[in-house]
Ligand binder design. Structure first.
Ligand code: SAM
Length: 213
């Protein structure tokens, strides 16, 4: 997701300490203490401008949400949405998801969302895909035994790649949906990319996967 360079982004993020976790690794193993209530913990990776996380936080006050986004100029829009909503169940992290095991301890998360992740179509960039085996290894550690990964994308190649990568890693697929919007799932919260692509008539794919017990 591209966004114009925002010279004020650093100062803005540093000021929003109610929602932005400036030292996320310091919370490893104690994320629940950062929230008002102890309740299931869900992580969105590559949160973009925050439409999904704010929508989910409103729909699910019984869940604590953390969203991680690497691009500073993008996450500031998510922070602005969260500040406006003022939920007590959302925290945001401006970081790369490549070192998640430094931020979360084993079995700390109940669910991981991968929404419209960058597809990195070139073979030489396979390692950057958020469903590459090195990422799955991290997810396996930080997710609880019955925790799940929920992936949505418009990108058929990334979807197929992810299904194969999940299967090769031994994950169990609980759902494989090739046209999410025809399911008319009233609980589905759309991301910015999801709105953009579905308005152009593109199918949205979704799958749910679990590591075996
Ligand atoms: N999830 C949003 C949506 O569906 O509208 C944004 C999708 S956008 C295509 C992918 C986002 O993931 C970008 O904002 C990008 O900066 C972020 N991203 C990509 N790789 C990441 C990583 N390793 N760690 C954290 N964020 C990442």
């Amino acid at each position: 997701m591209r966004a114009r360079y925002k010279p004020w982004a650093d100062d803005y993020l540093n000021e929003q300490t109610s929602y932005v976790e400036l030292e996320p690794a310091a919370n490893k193993g104690s994320w629940q203490s950062r929230f008002k209530q102890e309740q299931p913990l869900h992580l969105e990776i590559g949160a973009g401008k925050g439409q999904f996380i704010t929508g989910m936080a409103k729909q699910h006050p019984e869940i604590n949400f953390i969203a991680i986004e690497v691009a500073k100029s993008v996450i500031v829009s998510a922070v602005q949405k969260v500040v406006e909503l003022a939920p007590d169940n959302v925290k945001l992290i401006n970081d790369d998801a490549k070192d998640l095991t430094e931020i979360f301890t084993e079995n700390e998360l109940d669910r991981i969302y991968l929404n419209f992740s960058d597809p990195w179509p070139k073979n030489r960039h396979e390692k950057r895909r958020l469903t590459f085996k090195s990422f799955l290894r991290q997810y396996q550690k930080i997710l609880k035994t019955d925790g799940e990964i929920v992936l949505k994308t418009d990108n058929k190649a990334l979807f197929e790649y992810s299904l194969i990568s999940f299967s090769q890693f031994g994950l169990v697929l609980d759902e494989v949906c090739l046209d999410l919007h025809h399911l008319n799932d009233p609980t589905n919260v759309m991301t910015e990319y999801e709105e953009k692509f579905s308005s152009k008539g593109q199918s949205i794919y979704r799958c749910r996967a679990r590591f075996p017990k």
